[in-house]
Design a protein around this ligand. Structure first.
Ligand code: GLU
Length: 486
């Protein structure tokens, strides 16, 4: 049970795009907040100047918004605990670092990069499990420190980790987690450029922004002991922690760009629906305890709890994403699909003025069960947008015989007599013509389909005719008779 209304945050570093792993973190934070009537906050962790990417924040925000993850406080909308960009909060971090120095929990370090390199090499030579700072500057006298500070030589501020004790915290997903302080480095808190590192800024902000639950990826678990020390050193109450499982490629290696798309914008550009992507990402490490897989956002909000998030890595299965996407598309009403189809038509450079809403709605209902992406209305049934100019060779060979032109002409004549024909009218006219010609219906159906669509697969042929309309149907039959040669 959550007693207070929780406050959670998504705290990305703006590295250029929203990674699907980031989307999963953002989504779980969002769902948790909404489920518990809490607040979801966006905070931009942009204190690493070397990794600054122009336009990255805008890109991130637009991906989050596209997915429907509206936040309650954030850099572009403000809130009571702003600013929400760490680069605009630098003074706060130095003030807190000073406080730690005064209490002996942090210290200035003036070591040169050369000394640090030599130290690292020596530790590697000794095969120590990990490189660690040797606390050299912790032992400088007050005078030495003041002299160094006055001379203006480069300095950083480090966390003073006491050796030989256990750092313990509890994680909602992992239970009790324990680290040996001997394995925790005297982390740099303020860098020589005056900017804070992730660790200091993250803890200071989580405290000042009154974050109650820190929900983030497993890759941050090893940073948590440093954060726990910081909370203790500041005498602050710690938030609850929940570290989400890693995302894996199907071969169980860590999800990487090399094995497919990792940016939300790539999936968007490929035509995935936000509903499909959100549904899929929600299941990467969480289930409601039953077999249900199809979810809308409101159902996810209702069902989501952190307690039901797994520890084990979650495999990113593209087939499942495709399937969920198709399911979500099929559940949309024809009217909902209409504007999406129009967008695709424009993107494909067809002349939109040729297609009435009525016509497009007919296409949608004819093809709905056959498409998994809106784009497939165009790729699977191009003949609705353009009369065929070529005809499938294998179908000609199989279905277009010497006598076909004459037989199809008879069908043409029968169709001309129809007035505003329905599917059944076409069907009856074809059956009658076949009977008069004393041939099986198939002898007309296959050539008819080929004539109007150019290919041999698709929806029921009479549905096709009704969608195209009588005039277009007749035109296409005539063209085919003239064009198809055997
Ligand atoms: N800035 C970190 C990131 O890029 C935030 C990690 C955290 O949530 O503490 O993911």
């Amino acid at each position: 049970m959550i007693d207070e209304f929780p406050r959670v945050r998504f705290a990305p570093s703006p590295t250029g795009y929203l990674h699907v792993g980031g989307l999963r973190t953002a989504l779980y934070n969002y769902l948790f907040a909404k489920h518990n009537n809490g607040k979801f906050i966006l905070r931009i962790e942009d204190t690493d100047r070397n990794r600054f990417v122009e336009g990255a924040v805008e890109n991130l925000i637009s991906s989050l918004k596209w997915c429907g993850l509206e936040y309650d406080e954030g850099p572009d909308i403000g809130g009571s605990f702003g600013p929400y960009m760490q680069s605009m909060r630098l003074e706060l971090y130095s003030k807190h670092a000073q406080e730690l120095i005064e209490n002996g929990h942090a210290y200035y370090c003036f070591c040169t990069p050369e000394r640090l390199d030599a130290l690292r090499e020596e530790q590697q030579r000794q095969k120590l499990p990990q490189a660690k700072y040797d606390k050299h500057c912790l032992h400088l006298s007050k005078e030495e420190i003041n002299e160094n500070l006055e001379s203006g030589i480069a300095k950083v501020i480090r966390l003073n980790v006491e050796p030989n004790h256990k750092i313990v915290f509890s994680d909602i997903i992992r239970g009790r987690v324990e680290f040996d302080s001997n394995n925790v480095d005297d982390q740099v808190l303020i860098k020589s450029d005056g900017y804070p590192t992730y660790h200091l800024a993250n803890v200071v902000d989580d405290h000042l922004m009154k974050i109650t639950h820190v929900v983030r990826g497993e890759e941050w678990l090893s940073s948590t002991p440093k954060h726990v020390l910081l909370y203790d050193f500041f005498n602050w109450e710690k938030p609850e922690f929940a570290h989400l499982p890693l995302l894996l490629n199907p071969d169980r290696t860590k999800l990487s760009k090399r094995q497919g798309d990792v940016a939300v914008e790539d999936y968007r550009a490929k035509g995935f629906l936000k509903e499909g992507l959100i549904n899929f990402v929600a299941l990467l490490g969480w289930n409601a305890g039953d077999d249900k897989e199809f979810y809308y956002m409101n159902e996810l909000i209702e069902k989501f709890t952190l307690e039901r998030v797994n520890k084990a890595g979650a495999v990113f299965d593209l087939d499942k994403l495709n399937w969920l996407n198709a399911e979500h598309l099929r559940k949309k009403s024809d009217e909902e699909i209409l504007p999406m189809l129009k967008e695709e038509i424009i993107r494909a450079s067809y002349d939109m003025s040729k297609f009435s809403d009525d016509y497009l709605l007919k296409i949608i209902s004819t093809m709905k069960e056959r498409v998994s992406f809106v784009r497939e209305y165009l790729t699977k049934s191009p003949y609705f947008f353009e009369a065929p100019t070529e005809y499938e060779q294998s179908s000609i060979q199989k279905n277009w015989k010497e006598e076909t032109p004459e037989q199809i002409s008879k069908l043409y004549d029968a169709f001309t007599k129809l007035n505003n024909p329905t599917k059944e009218d076409y069907e009856i006219a074809l059956a009658k013509t076949a009977e008069e010609l004393n041939i099986g219906k198939g002898k007309l159906i296959h050539p008819l389909r080929l004539s109007v669509s150019g290919i041999s697969t698709g929806p029921g042929v009479f549905d096709l005719l009704v969608t195209l309309g009588k005039e277009e149907t007749l035109k296409r039959i005539k063209t085919a008779i003239g064009k198809i040669k055997i």
